[in-house]
Design a binder for this molecule. Structure first.
Ligand code: SF4
Length: 457
């Protein structure tokens, strides 16, 4: 049977989508391979959030075309956000591909690949240039098609896609144009998927959505003051075998009292929230079309820490948004200090064609030099704010869900604390992977903790 290789760029949602496509190929008898050189089908799942991510995917596809020389039957395709954004333009002007499949059509990929293979066989031509298949239309119900998993042996964690799309239209963001409007999966389907995962040994699930904590707001009712998202958390919380529940990526406006309260009464909710600030300047937040103020954001952080004293709060920040003055940037620094983030992803603003921010007067765009200076300065501040939290853990015992071998040192194991801190320690994969373990923290290097298991583990 043909072999398939999928290269994934971008967020966890893309990883999850690639996993679903892999599962569909396996169901039809294909084999997945990590080696692109031995693949008969290579798909690149793309990200559009930044210009650089698109350039990487285009460059990769250019390189992959070289494999056609020794494998003229090779099928090459783009999937995901860039495929959705550019559609036929990508097929006409990008590197040579056989198919371009958008974000609502992942479930059709296998059919498309098979029709290409069949057409070549019928004409008895390997390297036949057929018209490129471009499938980027909207499809009702497509959010319900991402529900199966390819699980590794003793896999402890899994992503569960609960919704697709976003209606917020933040002025810098391409996602509403690549993922469409918000569409929620039914609570019962999601719970059933989590149950199956628990049955397969998964102990921790991360619920995924572009605006995850506003799940179902346009389709499902609030019940007794609880949002559809909180109702979903309560339902997933009841699944036996699941010890931890995470979710990403939320929006600050979705942190109402019912969700904050859920951190008091749902102990399986991990002690970590990723809460994108984007800017600490109210003027810039308005221009970004983010409907909250820095004061409201800080109130949420405080309420979260009251509800769950050990919670770790991480964030995303964009520096160099058009029109960001030194004063605006200082407001971001000040908000970071007051929020005392445990980590942050800092991005330099990158113009995305088709977004409202891309149309802001050219004169307000900031030079790359200033963006880079603010980026470096903010990263240094994040380190300064986050490191005391890591130092405090040295000498303590922490509970870790062991996920597998360490990415950097295969002879060691890694896992995460409830607060999402990575811990590396010595252990035996066959004995420890998939278990919640107590680990004594010996030291930390930057954002990684190192420790050891007590003797009896
Ligand atoms: S809420 Fe998130 S996904 Fe939606 S438009 Fe804003 S940044 Fe993009």
């Amino acid at each position: 049977m043909p072999k398939v290789h999928i290269r994934t760029y971008g967020c966890q949602m893309n990883e999850r989508d690639s996993d679903q496509v892999a599962r569909l190929f396996e169901e039809r008898g294909y084999t997945m391979t990590r080696q692109e050189t031995e693949a008969d089908v290579i798909l690149v799942n793309t990200c559009s959030v930044r210009e650089q991510a698109e350039q990487k995917a285009l460059g990769k596809m250019g390189m992959l075309n070289r494999h056609r020389r020794h494998n003229p039957r090779l099928v090459l395709g783009f999937m995901g956000c860039m495929a959705q954004r550019l559609g036929a333009e990508l097929a006409d002007q990008g590197p040579r591909v056989d198919l371009v499949v958008g974000t609502q059509k992942y479930h059709r990929v296998v059919d498309h690949v098979e029709s290409i293979v069949r057409a070549r066989e019928e004409r008895q031509m390997d390297d036949l240039r057929l018209p490129v298949i471009v499938d980027v239309d909207e499809e009702q119900g497509s959010q319900n098609t991402v529900r199966d998993h390819v699980l590794k042996d003793r896999q402890a964690t899994a992503f569960v896609s609960i919704m697709q799309g976003c209606n917020m239209k933040c002025s810098f963001c391409i996602v509403p144009y690549t993922r469409g409007s918000e569409r929620a999966r039914p609570i019962a389907d999601i719970v059933e998927e989590v149950r199956r995962l628990a049955g397969d040994g998964v102990r921790e699930v991360t619920l995924l959505g572009q605006i995850v904590n506003l799940y179902g707001r346009t389709e499902l009712p609030r019940i007794d003051g609880r949002s559809p998202f909180v109702q979903l958390l309560e339902a997933v919380h009841q699944v036996e075998g699941i010890d931890r529940i995470r979710f990403t990526s939320p929006h600050p406006v979705g942190y109402r009292e019912d969700l904050i309260d859920a951190f008091r009464h749902l102990p399986k909710l991990a002690s970590h929230v990723h809460l994108p600030l984007q800017s600490g300047s109210d003027r810039i937040l308005k221009s970004m079309r983010r409907p909250y103020s820095s004061a409201r954001f800080l109130e949420i952080c405080q309420a979260m820490r009251e509800a769950r004293p050990d919670v770790a709060i991480t964030t995303d920040i964009i520096v160099g948004f058009p029109g960001e003055t030194e004063q605006d940037y200082q407001a971001t620094r000040e908000t970071c200090r007051r929020a005392a983030f445990d980590n942050a992803f800092v991005f330099r603003y990158s113009k995305r064609r088709g977004t409202p921010a891309a149309a802001i007067d050219e004169g307000l765009q900031l030079p790359e030099r200033i963006k880079e200076e603010r980026n470096q300065d903010l990263l240094a501040l994040v380190d300064e704010l986050a490191m005391p939290g890591y130092r405090r853990l040295v000498g303590q015992q922490v509970e870790v869900l062991c996920e597998g071998t360490s990415k950097t040192t295969a002879s060691r194991l890694m896992g995460r604390t409830s607060s999402n801190r990575i811990v590396v320690f010595e252990g035996r994969p066959e004995r420890h992977v998939g278990r919640l373990l107590q680990v004594n923290v010996r030291e930390h290097h930057h954002f990684t903790l190192y420790g050891e298991l007590p003797i009896a583990s």
